[in-house]
Write a protein that binds this ligand. Structure first.
Ligand code: PEP
Ligand code: MN
Length: 375
């Protein structure tokens, strides 16, 4: 995919952090005037929160669920801002939402994971925002598709928005695991590599779907040098009308934040910096060897491929593959490698080996068809 250059303003210029890490917090949904005001004032007292979030239009799976109070809730948010001076962040999924948020002086907009999965919605929102100077935070799409996420950032950027941030909230995956939305950390890390100027905020609440894992996920986000956190907080989480299981009290939030270890990407002492450089040099040499060995392995795979082709032997022989996987797993485990990593790595190498041999078969087939045509 051809990517556009995205011009973006540093987040410190449009959302200065009150504390480290930069924290956006508030309830999943604005449920009542009392809930909004109480949650906002208590969060403000912690001194940790740089922006107050609340859902006003909620994207719910079932129409029977609470879908938000709409415009009325924007009035409660305005009151919360008057009382706390915290900037407000609200989710928009439609041009009408954009219009109402602008009318009610909402400071920051965010686009939810379901909308980001739909380029039509993103296009409509982008058009509604043309000529408007407002920060927009874009969650990752529900499905693990980095290009869709990038596409949404590009559409907003092309509409003239230059205060963009990306929010990592995890992905829907078929595998059942401990998370509500699997983090797939490699996807936000790749986004950061491609677009280092786009601040990356982690949303542990929607990744975890529960309260007890939030701290661990938040710490991991900081270890990956993410730029901030968005964590849902509710004055009475057990009574929440949406995402009840993952919301925490402002007090619990304060607790979690104080337990986090803040790290700095380039903050090495001279001695540490020297050791890191030496170790990295070792990694460079090892990676070179690793690549050379992989290339050598694929060459052997090719030779086997020609033999299989000439002797009409199937590419896959399950007993051989079974033997390889058992033997390499055992060896790898003895060497201290992780079981899941070994499994993934062996499967990746094996799939590529099959592809290499497949290409040999197809190539020869193509040549044969050409020969027959020319006869
Ligand atoms: C939310 O932030 O409350 C929300 C609906 O999030 P997501 O779009 O990540 O599901
Ligand atoms: Mn939520």
């Amino acid at each position: 995919m051809k990517t556009t250059y995205i011009n973006n303003m540093p987040i410190q210029q449009w959302l200065p952090a009150k504390n480290r890490p930069l924290l956006i917090s508030g309830p999943c949904s604005a449920e009542s005037r009392e809930q909004v005001i109480k949650t906002a004032t208590t969060l403000e007292q912690t001194g940790l929160v740089s922006a107050f979030r609340a859902g006003v239009w909620k994207p719910r799976t079932s129409a029977q669920s609470f879908e938000g109070h709409g415009e009325q809730a924007l009035l409660w948010l305005r009151e919360a801002k008057e009382k706390t001076s915290m900037p407000l962040a609200v989710e928009v999924a439609h041009p009408k939402h954009v219009e109402l948020c602008l009318e009610h002086k909402i400071d920051i907009l965010w686009i939810g994971a379901r909308s980001v999965a739909n380029p039509f919605s993103i296009q409509e929102i982008s058009e509604a925002l043309k000529g408007v100077d407002i920060p927009v935070m874009i969650k990752n799409p529900v499905n693990p598709d980095l290009n869709l996420w990038i596409g949404a950032l590009e559409r907003l950027s092309m509409a003239g928005i230059n205060k963009l941030a990306a929010i990592h909230r995890g992905f829907n995956t078929w595998e059942i695991n401990l998370y509500r939305n699997t983090p797939l950390w490699e996807i936000p890390v790749e986004l950061k590599r491609l677009f280092p100027k786009i601040p990356l905020i982690c949303d542990p609440s929607h990744i975890c779907g529960n309260r007890k894992m939030i701290e661990k996920v938040a710490q991991h986000a900081l270890d990956l040098d993410m730029d901030g956190l968005m964590i849902e907080s509710h004055i009475n989480p057990n009574k929440a009308l949406s995402d009840k299981k993952q919301q925490i009290t402002p007090h619990k939030l304060q607790n979690i934040i104080s337990n986090l270890q803040i790290k700095y990407p380039g903050n090495f002492e001279k001695k540490t910096a020297e050791t890191i450089t030496e170790l990295r040099e070792q990694i460079d040499v090892l990676d070179k060897k690793l690549l050379e060995i992989l290339a050598e392995r694929m060459n052997v795979v090719k030779n086997i491929g020609y033999l299989k082709k000439n002797n009409k032997i199937t590419i896959l022989q399950i007993e051989r593959w079974d033997k390889i996987i058992r033997n390499r797993k055992e060896k790898g485990l003895k060497l201290g490698l992780d079981k899941d990593f070994l499994k993934k790595m062996l499967n990746l190498v094996h799939n590529e080996s099959i592809n290499v041999q497949k290409r040999i078969m197809n190539d020869v087939k193509k040549k044969n068809t050409l020969k027959n045509k020319n006869k």
